[in-house]
Ligand binder design. Structure first.
Ligand SMILES: [Zn+2]
Length: 205
C-alpha cells in the first residue's frame, strides 16, 4: 500500500534545526505532521538537504530496514518535541552556558556521531569536508543532532521567534539585518494579517 504523501517540507526556519522543529506545525490552522513514518523522515531529510538523493534511495530500497526506519522516525518526533520544550524555555533571550544541564538528550545523540573528515580539492582550493557513513537507520538522526548543536552553539537565541500569524505555530531564526521578521512567510501569514488589519481599519473608519 502506498502511503499518502505529506505536503512538501516547510523550510522557512532559516536554520536546519528550526526547519526540523517545524516538521510538526499548523500552517493555515491545519495541524500537519511531516515525520509520521520512516519514509517521510527520509523525504524530509532529502528536501532539507541533510541527505543526498542517492543515500535516501538506498535506505528506501532496503526492505529489511523499513520497520527500523519507522522506529527512528518515532525517535525523531521525540527529539523534536524535546527541542520544542527547550526552545519554549530558552528562546527570546541569550542562551547561558548553564543550559548545558538541559542538553543531555542532544549530547547522548552526538556521542554516537560517526561522521568523518576528508580533504577535497575544488574551485576554492583544498577544503575540509564532513562526510557521513549512513550505514544504519539510526544514522538518520545524526545530521539533525548536528544541526541542533550548531543552533545552540552559534545562533542568537534572542532572534528565535514564533510567527505572529493567527493559528500559526511555525518558528524561525530571524537573520534579517533589522531583526524585524514577523512572519513564517508573507504568502502564508503576512498577507493574511495585512488583509485582516485593512478590514479592521475599514470597519472603524
Ligand atoms: Zn505563519
Amino acid at each position: 500500500m502506498k502511503e499518502p504523501a505529506s505536503p512538501p517540507a516547510v523550510l522557512i526556519g532559516d536554520h536546519p534545526a528550526m526547519d526540523f522543529l517545524n516538521t510538526h506545525a499548523t500552517p493555515g490552522g491545519l495541524a500537519t505532521e511531516w515525520l509520521a513514518t520512516g519514509t517521510e523522515l527520509l523525504r524530509w531529510l532529502e528536501q532539507a538537504k541533510l541527505m543526498d538523493a542517492e543515500t535516501a534511495a538506498r535506505f528506501r530500497a532496503d526492505k529489511a530496514a523499513a520497520a527500523q526506519l519507522d522506529v527512528v522516525a518515532t525517535g525523531a518526533r521525540a527529539l523534536r518535541e524535546w527541542l520544542r520544550a527547550f526552545l519554549r524555555r530558552r528562546a527570546g533571550q541569550p542562551l547561558p552556558a548553564a543550559a548545558e544541564a538541559e542538553l543531555g538528550p542532544l549530547n547522548l545523540l552526538l556521542a554516537g556521531d560517526r561522521s568523518y573528515a576528508r580533504v577535497a580539492g575544488g574551485a576554492e582550493g583544498l577544503t575540509l569536508q564532513r562526510l557521513r557513513r549512513w550505514e544504519t537507520p539510526e544514522d538518520l538522526l545524526q545530521p539533525i543532532a548536528a544541526a541542533i548543536a550548531d543552533l545552540v552553539c552559534h545562533a542568537d537565541f534572542q532572534r528565535i521567534r514564533a510567527c505572529e500569524g493567527h493559528d500559526c505555530s511555525l518558528m524561525f531564526l530571524d537573520r534579517t539585518k533589522a531583526h524585524a521578521r514577523r512572519w513564517c512567510s508573507m504568502a502564508l501569514c503576512g498577507n493574511r494579517a495585512k488583509a485582516a488589519a485593512h478590514r479592521a481599519r475599514r470597519r472603524s473608519a
